[in-house]
Design a protein around this ligand. Structure first.
Ligand code: PMT
Length: 399
């Protein structure tokens, strides 16, 4: 997989720079043609000599340097199969998002058409700063892949998110980036977010779904090579990069949108929290206060169950959001809705379910006539989505 692959590792100035040494050494051992570009600040944390020894090539630091291997350093380094940024600082992300090229590494980024795999590492406040988050969003929209920083003790002693991801995780993501996505050629329809069932022009019945889980799944499906259509209920999240998005409001609109696309897709994943009931009548004008009110509700159509009745060769994945008897209810939904897989989500647990950035999941699926279970402990919705896509791809291969 690595033989003949040109990888440029860009190292920015952060304490995590020393971890780049292990990754560069590993890439060299795997047979990759690895070049290193360092910022001057990175060289304060790890010496260019170390990186030269590990990569087996001169290390580029200066955009004007024509003394070594490079003809035009930033252009030569930009010409690669993968641009790996490890670690990426808040400053590097800001420069890349806004097109600055005032040193070798940022100019290399500007000059490159290669896929970018970026592992940020910085203090929690810098990572959470709206400017940094906006820069990450911009770069994601341009197709960059990010390896989320981990939680834990930071260099300053504080606890929080910002540590460079584990080296093993980084290696796995590099492998994923260099091989063809396991879902290439598959068309995936995903749903996300809540539905809003209007009572009158200003009030609706809804739920706490933010769309984060479904949007993370859409990004992971795209990164795994699939063609993705996301049918989203009301959510303030921006459209994921490279994903076709169709926004709807009510359960009925979601039903219609899903059915319109069903024939043309291979996999359906329903992460949306679809209302089970809607008001029997929608008042055309705002309801005025006048003593007691009661609301008559009628059932919405169960989208997933209706798909299960016409399953054909589709691979159907449901979610089950429960507060008790998680696995029993999830298994019941798997069977009743005729699904291939159900992702059980105990929404009563801290760190799981609605709105947050993390989740805790158990997946039930059928294989060779047996019911199997795979647990996913507390982790970010983005990371667990990546793992779920790998599981779905494996199941499709086995089918
Ligand atoms: O969006 P977030 O804030 O990130 O929160 C994520 C989540 C908690 C919403 C998500 O992880 C989740 O659990 N989604 C499913 C929520 C849900 O509605 O579960 P359910 O057990 O009520 O429904 C079972 C399955 O049937 C779901 O796949 C649902 O999409 C589907 N369904 C339900 C009702 C209906 N009328 N039509 C359906 O297709």
């Amino acid at each position: 997989m690595f033989k003949g692959k040109k990888i440029t590792a860009g190292i920015a100035g952060g304490i995590a720079a020393y971890k780049a040494a292990e990754v560069v050494s590993w890439l060299k051992q795997q047979g990759a043609d690895i070049s290193v570009a360092m910022t001057k600040n990175a060289a304060e944390f790890i010496t260019p000599l170390s990186m030269k020894t590990l990569s087996g090539r001169p290390v580029a630091m200066d955009i004007m340097d024509t003394s070594s291997d490079w003809h035009v350093p930033h252009v030569d380094l930009a010409d690669c199969d993968l641009l790996l940024l490890l670690p990426a600082t808040a400053n590097l992300l800001a420069k890349a998002a806004h097109g600055l090229g005032d040193d070798l590494l940022s100019a290399t980024i500007l000059a490159s058409n290669a896929p970018v795999l970026c592992a940020p590492a910085m203090h929690t406040n810098m990572y959470n700063n709206p400017a940094t988050q906006e820069n990450i969003r911009i770069l994601q929209q341009r197709g960059w892949s990010f390896i989320e920083p981990g939680w834990g003790r930071l260099a300053c002693g504080a606890l929080g998110q910002g540590r460079l991801a584990d080296v093993e995780q980084i290696k796995e993501r590099i492998r994923d980036s260099l091989q063809e996505g396991p879902l290439k050629g598959k068309r995936i329809l995903l749903t996300a977010g809540p539905t809003h069932e209007y009572i009158d022009p200003v009030r609706f019945l809804g739920n706490r779904s933010s769309g984060k889980m479904g949007y993370a799944m859409a990004e992971a499906a795209r990164a795994a090579g699939a063609e993705v259509l996301l049918i989203s209920g009301p959510s303030s999240l921006p459209d994921p990069a490279g994903v076709r998005v169709h926004r709807v409001v009510s359960a009925q609109e979601m039903y219609d949108a899903v059915w319109k696309e069903y024939e043309d897709c291979d996999i359906v994943i329903m992460a949306a929290a679809v209302a089970d009931y809607r008001p029997a009548h929608v008042e055309p004008n705002k309801i005025k206060k006048s003593g007691e009110q009661s609301l008559q509700l009628v059932r919405t159509r169960d989208i997933l169950a209706s798909l299960g009745e016409h399953k054909g060769s589709h691979f159907l994945v449901g979610f089950a959001a429960e507060t008790n008897d998680l696995l029993a209810y999830a298994q019941d939904k798997l069977e009743r809705k005729n699904l291939d897989m159900i992702i059980a989500n105990d929404v009563s647990q801290a760190g799981a379910g609605f709105d947050g950035d993390t989740n805790i999941l158990s997946v039930l699926y059928r294989q060779d006539g047996s019911l199997l279970r795979q647990d996913y402990p507390l982790q970010s919705k983005k990371e667990v989505s990546r793992q779920l896509m790998a599981l779905i791809a494996r199941q499709l291969e086995n089918a």
